[in-house]
Design a protein around this ligand. Structure first.
Ligand SMILES: Nc1ncnc2c1ncn2[C@@H]1O[C@H](COP(=O)(O)OP(=O)(O)OP(=O)(O)O)[C@@H](O)[C@H]1O
Length: 710
């Protein structure tokens, strides 16, 4: 054998070995994913076997389900606090059970969708139990909101953060150490626990004298590196359980995949916690995806048209953008089109950000155009639309971001603009994260889906059984003409083109590849945009793959042949591409959708509203009532809700004063029934109302003050 031949064969063997190694890596990755999915499906099966909303015990061994819905010693007192302190007429799903589990001294994990009412689950036991409850929360703004709300309800709540005055700090430390002064709920950031020895030592003293009532960890998904908001200081919170093993710990989050749940239970050292998982479904959100025009100005035209058409009365919304520069540009262009919009991103100084946030919260600004920095801590309940100018980095992030719409339970819209060209921008940011590319490709699949219910993707992602969408997504609400085109020939040509390119030691970006393909005669029977979709689809299916190269200023994404590329070249795969007919996607909005929508959810919402209004009939002032009515008028189902409000509003006096108690006699029979179901007699009810009116007034004063400050 000639030396040259040997060298050639050696080279071939090395190349093949490299290929085999790549395949092994990919298969190991796939194996991990499948293992994870297997466990998720098993837990779904378990959940299906038991009643939904029931508690599962992670202790293993003994019966998997515990019942916290029965009667308990503290029932009457809990009802009393719920009604008289929080002014809440009835529990929502799982709240009572969670409260009972905490009261029973158990560690608890609560997974409840945004706006579901997680705060009450730890705040109510904090009041019932003797001593001080410690709440760890990730953001100052969240803490401030909570403390302000609790203070308005007359609950002694404080925060110990960088903004706390010396005087308050002294008061808090005295309360912890000596039990002096009135302190029931103390909010801190995770940094306080992990970095302040002084604080932890005071906490130890508090515990030592039996006055640490419970520990609540809000936004607990921040513990996990697999979650979407990992915060290193959350990792150290496990010391709380180690130091205070007998104090019930409750971890709360809106979303946690199975992997995140395992991770956070380990981090917080609560392996035997009772788990309450409520559905991730947000039935009031209408999900839709639109093809994003390649010309930037046309995208803004569409966004502006959507806002003007569906939300002409200054209803609040958020537009999420990929970059800071894009935020500023989009906000300006929306303003040029007559929409009151401003931007929010991490590059602004804190004061400027707060100002924008405040104007938006007060309804003085209709739209915030933000990066992901505009995230956790947004408590505005009446956000009617969330628009994604470009795709998020994962299903989980999209669920969170779009979930900022409709926290008040009223119908709201989530619109995502997708174009394949946005994928490499995202992938070059996330490829180094744990499962970053896989997560991105999951949402790409969601965006490219033209038939399947959008909710199905969420249920699949969070390993939950499917629930009816009730026509609340574009794919369910509108019949669409989708053509399935056989593009095997094109796929083969793409792979062989890339093969030639790689042979010549060259690289192509996605757009360069598409251009090259379009120049070939073969590509001419599908449009350029369709070719882009095809390339992205081939990447998601591992026929192609993305490769990344760093320069001094950026990371560039290139397309290469993927694990399954050879199969296509050998003619072993058939590739199909869904192509939409010529429907006008702009006409696809919730307003025009014929959804059979969520009658039961609307009924629940009405019921809650009815009870609430009957309860605070004198506390709602005519101008705020007008505001609610104005907002609801533009809403689907608004008319129904409006009628209900009007029914209740006959109790209102025309001036801003409180209603005289004798008008209570005019309550409708339904409202009377709601009251009869309550625990109190009429005298007590009147007292409740008076208390609630006071609280409402107090809260309004607080809001007014903050507006003045602005
Ligand atoms: N049982 C109930 N009946 C009526 N309103 C309730 C009930 N429980 C909570 N709420 C109200 O629902 C709203 C949302 O509650 P909360 O802020 O606790 O939600 P959350 O689950 O923490 O949401 P997020 O994850 O978005 O912060 C609040 O205005 C709260 O007062």
């Amino acid at each position: 054998m000639e030396t040259e031949d040997i060298l050639q064969e050696l080279l071939n063997v090395e190349v093949e070995l490299q290929e085999v190694q790549e395949q092994i890596n990919a298969l190991i990755g796939r194996q991990e994913k499948l293992q994870e999915r297997k466990s998720e499906l098993k837990s779904v099966l378990e959940a299906c076997g038991s009643d939904s909303g029931s508690a599962s015990n992670n202790g293993g061994g003994v019966g998997a389900v515990e019942d916290y819905s029965g009667t308990f010693d503290w029932d009457a007192e809990a009802e009393d606090v719920r009604l008289n302190v929080f002014g809440i007429s009835s529990y929502r799903a799982n709240q009572r059970e969670i409260i009972n589990a905490i009261m029973s001294g158990r560690d608890v994990l609560v997974i409840m969708a945004a706006g579901g009412g997680k705060s009450l689950c730890y705040q109510l036991p904090a009041i019932l139990r003797d001593g001080i409850a410690l709440v760890v929360s990730p953001l100052l703004s969240l803490i401030q909101d909570q403390v302000m709300g609790l203070t308005a309800l007359g609950i002694p709540a404080y925060m110990l953060t960088s903004t706390t005055s010396k005087e308050d700090e002294k008061f808090i430390y005295k309360a912890l150490e000596k039990g002096e002064g009135e302190l029931k709920i103390l909010y801190v950031t995770p940094e306080k626990v992990s970095k302040s020895k002084r604080f932890v030592s005071k906490l130890e003293k508090c515990h030592h004298s039996g006055r640490l009532s419970l520990i609540a960890i809000d936004e607990a998904h921040c513990c996990s590196q697999w979650g979407h908001d990992f915060r290193p200081d959350y990792k150290n919170l496990g010391i709380l359980k180690t130091q205070f093993p007998d104090v019930p710990t409750v971890a709360l989050t809106a979303t946690a995949t199975w992997k995140v749940q395992i991770d956070l239970m380990e981090m917080l050292r609560i392996p035997k916690c009772v788990k309450f998982v409520s559905t991730v479904n947000r039935p009031n959100l209408f999900y839709m995806v639109r093809e994003k025009p390649s010309v930037g100005k046309l995208v803004i035209d569409e966004i502006a048209e959507f806002i003007r058409g569906s939300y002409p009365n200054n209803e609040s919304g958020i537009v999420y953008c990929f970059s800071r520069k894009e935020c500023e540009q989009v906000a300006k262009e929306l303003r040029d089109r007559g929409i009151s919009a401003d931007y929010y991103h991490a590059d602004m100084d804190v004061k400027a950000r707060e100002r924008v946030h405040m104007r938006w919260s007060n309804g003085k600004l209709q739209v915030i155009v933000g990066t992901v920095a505009f995230g956790m801590g947004i408590n505005k309940p009446d956000v009617r639309f969330v628009i994604h100018h470009s795709l998020s980095k994962s299903m989980e992030t999209y669920y969170q971001e779009s979930g900022r719409a409709g926290r008040d339970g009223l119908p709201s819209e989530c619109l995502l603009f997708f174009r394949p060209g946005d994928v490499p921008r995202q992938s070059s940011m996330v490829f180094y994260e744990n499962s970053g590319l896989q997560n991105l490709y999951d949402i790409v699949r969601y965006c490219q889906e033209k038939r399947e219910c959008r909710r199905k993707a969420f249920f699949r992602h969070f390993a939950e059984p499917y629930q009816d969408c009730n026509g609340m997504c574009d794919n369910c609400a509108f019949s669409s003409e989708v053509k399935e085109v056989d593009v095997t020939r094109h796929a083969k040509s793409i792979v062989s083109t890339l093969h030639d390119v790689q042979q010549n030691d060259q690289k192509l970006t996605m757009l360069q590849l598409v251009d090259k393909m379009k120049r070939k005669e073969l590509g001419s029977d599908i449009k350029k945009e369709e070719m882009e979709h095809l390339v992205i689809q081939l990447i998601v299916k591992r026929i192609l793959k993305e490769e990344f190269q760093h320069t001094a200023y950026a990371t560039n994404a290139y397309v290469a042949i993927g694990l399954l590329g050879k199969q296509v070249l050998q003619g072993k795969s058939v590739i199909k591409l869904d192509i939409s007919g010529g429907q006008n996607r702009k006409a696809r909005t919730m307003k025009s959708a014929k959804c059979t929508l969520m009658s039961s959810d609307i009924e629940n919402k009405l019921d809650e509203l009815r009870k609430e209004l009957a309860f605070i009939h004198g506390g709602i002032f005519p101008h705020s009532l007008e505001k609610i009515i104005g907002k609801l008028k533009t809403q689907k189902y608004g008319e129904r809700i409006l009628e209900e409000i009007k029914k209740c509003s006959k109790f209102e006096q025309s001036d801003n004063d409180l209603m005289s108690e004798n008008t209570a006699a005019k309550r409708t029979s339904e409202e009377t029934k709601a009251w009869d179901n309550g625990v109190k007699g009429e005298g007590q009810i009147n007292e409740n109302r008076a208390a609630k009116r006071q609280k409402t007034k107090k809260a309004l004063v607080l809001i007014d003050t903050s507006e003045d400050e602005e």
